[in-house]
Design a protein around this ligand. Structure first.
Ligand SMILES: Nc1ncnc2c1ncn2[C@@H]1O[C@H](COP(=O)(O)OP(=O)(O)OP(=O)(O)O)[C@@H](O)[C@H]1O
Ligand SMILES: [Mg+2]
Length: 337
């Protein structure tokens, strides 16, 4: 917007009027840029204009805006225009930097989370190394016990690094459409074969339901194996108390929000279920309902984040339903063409 010497708005473009959802022309600029930082940027702009020096850099401020049910962070820039007859005119530019700042915040959180997740196994390892070099030097029984723990901690670190790498590979490919054609039934069968020991350990019965032939669909085999590996492993690990896990395959002609026919695979368990408050955050990186239990079972908390990215890459949908005390179902819907 352009602001005249009496601090009234001479001109505001459509974007500015959309932002404030108000007519602006002729009104005082201070009623829109109300925060101290932006007001002082205005003062600096006027001072520069009056001094007749077109300042080499515009004055800047950050401003928070809450309007129309949304919040935004704006970068305000105030530049003095060459002094026309009749007083200074300022050019005020507002840029919505909310998304950029959110992304930066997410990156910072991510680094903090990764460091935190790596630190606990590392602390355990260094502690046991100290003990093995000192007090347990000549105690073979303790040594064997500590080495077992160290092995578990090292495995946890390598799982974490493995999951982080696969997350970043999936993200890098997110805009590349998968080219191969795959059979979801075969993918789930391969996954079940790999998970057989874990399924036996938790004494869970797997029940497969399908309604006839399912044609191959476009997909990345390795990635879809990761999807079903995590979903079935979760169902067995966290929902295993229900003693059975159902995997249902369906073919649908259409689904709201998706183009063309769809194949739908649901992994359902009959365990404890998940409280509704956790559901929206479940696919966030490192989010766990019961962090202690997940870690004890060897989880990194990245599984569902990876699932979500892979399903996105396949232009599919991923939906979680759960009722406390009745179990959970995780549904993947993939387009067939
Ligand atoms: N079927 C389920 N029943 C109950 N809780 C579940 C189920 N599936 C996932 N959860 C909860 O969601 C959390 C996140 O799952 P996710 O697969 O992302 O991580 P994880 O299993 O802890 O670790 P990872 O998959 O990397 O081994 C789990 O820690 C668990 O608390
Ligand atoms: Mg998991």
């Amino acid at each position: 917007m352009l602001v005249g010497p009496d601090r009234r708005i001479l001109l505001a473009n459509t974007a500015a009027r959309d932002l404030f959802q108000a007519p602006m022309q002729g009104l005082s600029v201070a009623s829109f840029l109300r925060q101290p930082d932006s007001l002082s940027a205005l003062d600096k702009g006027f001072a520069a204009a009056q001094a007749g020096s077109a300042a080499p850099h515009p004055a800047e401020a950050r401003m928070f805006l809450a309007s129309g049910g949304r919040e935004a962070t704006l970068r305000v820039q105030v530049a003095a225009l060459a002094q026309p007859v009749g007083g200074a005119v300022l050019l005020v530019t507002l840029r919505d930097v909310s998304q950029q700042e959110d992304a930066e915040q997410q990156r910072r959180d991510f680094v903090a989370n990764v460091s935190h997740e790596l630190r606990s196994p590392l602390t355990a390892l260094s502690g046991f190394i100290e003990t093995l070099k000192g007090p347990a030097r000549s105690d073979p029984e303790a040594q064997a016990q500590f080495l077992d723990i160290m092995e578990r901690e090292a495995q946890r670190m390598s799982r974490l690094v493995g999951d982080l790498l696969s997350l970043s590979r999936v993200e890098a490919l997110e805009r590349v459409r998968p080219r191969d054609r795959v059979s979801l039934v075969e993918i789930v069968e391969a996954t079940l074969a790999a998970l057989r020991p874990k399924i036996a350990e938790h004494r869970v019965r797997i029940i497969i339901k399908d309604d006839g032939e399912l044609p191959a669909i476009p997909g990345d085999k390795d990635q879809l194996i990761q999807v079903f590996h995590n979903l079935i492993e979760n169902a067995v690990k966290y929902g295993g108390a229900g003693e059975r896990v159902e995997i249902t395959f369906e073919r649908l002609d259409s689904l709201p929000g998706m183009i063309g026919p769809v194949q739908r695979v649901t992994v359902r368990d009959f365990g404890d279920g998940i409280d509704a408050i956790h559901l929206p955050r479940l696919t966030e990186r490192f989010y766990r309902v019961d962090g202690h239990r997940s870690r004890a079972l060897g989880g990194t908390g990245l599984g569902l984040a990876i699932v979500k990215h892979i399903v996105n890459r396949h232009r599919g949908r991923f939906v979680i339903h759960s009722v406390r005390g009745e179990g959970s179902s995780f549904t993947v819907k993939l387009p067939t063409g």
